[in-house]
Write a protein that binds this ligand. Structure first.
Ligand SMILES: N[C@@H](CCC(=O)N[C@@H](CS)C(=O)NCC(=O)O)C(=O)O
Length: 206
């Protein structure tokens, strides 16, 4: 059975768990990282020399890096669904996944650290405003793209929706100053919230 290591409140683990939930895969998740620790054991290091979560073991195949895990699972178990079979359709999804992992998520995490992980008296208001503005400008591009499609690659949920979609629960749950009005992004978030796997794995208090 598919084994997954990682604490439920890590956004990188959430992307993997949401993928697992959408695919309906039988699995066991082991708490690891954060307070649960367990990343320095010889067994864990043998699976992932970088000692980060998430990590999976699928019938003897160990994979680390959340983006690589999502692609592995979607390609193996979600062909034609999360993982479009036509290369052009797949690229339409995958380019948004890549953009989310490499450009959106780092800015999002800076906002998250500055607000949710910093006690209010220690927060740097000016820095928060600057970072929220930068994050809003990125979400604005996604908002424009979602103007005339329900999901990033068209009519159905794909690998392209998951990494950016996973940031939205926290984005809207945090008390952020100066969030731009992004109706298409908000409507997309509502569509994602209709999915059981999103509610179960992403809507987790940090
Ligand atoms: N680029 C990596 C980042 C992995 C990463 O930094 N994971 C964090 C949790 S989000 C981690 O392992 N932190 C150590 C810990 O939780 O103890 C990925 O996407 O998997």
């Amino acid at each position: 059975m598919l084994q997954i290591w990682g604490r439920a409140n890590s956004i990188n683990v959430q992307k993997v768990m949401w993928t697992v939930g959408e695919l309906g895969l039988e699995h066991q998740r082991h708490d690891a990282g954060g307070k649960a620790g367990g990343l320095d054991t010889p067994e864990f290091t043998a699976m992932n020399p970088h000692r980060t979560i998430p990590v999976i073991d699928d019938d003897g195949v160990a994979v680390w890096e959340s983006a690589a895990i999502m692609r592995y699972l979607a390609a193996k178990y979600g062909a034609g669904g999360l993982w479009p079979e036509d290369p052009a359709a797949r690229a339409a999804a995958d380019q948004w996944a890549e953009w989310s992992h490499s450009l959106l998520q780092p800015v999002f995490l800076r906002v998250f650290q500055a607000v949710a992980r910093t006690p209010p008296p220690k927060q740097n208001v000016q820095r928060v405003l600057t970072m929220v503005k930068r994050l809003g400008a990125l979400y604005q591009r996604l908002d424009a793209h979602l103007e005339n499609r329900p999901f990033v690659a068209g009519d159905q949920l794909t690998i392209g929706d998951i990494p950016a979609g996973a940031t939205l629960y926290r984005y809207y749950a945090m008390d952020l100053p100066g969030r731009p009005d992004l109706p298409n992004l908000q409507a997309w978030h509502e569509r994602l919230r209709e999915r059981e796997a999103y509610r179960q794995h992403v809507e987790v208090r940090w």
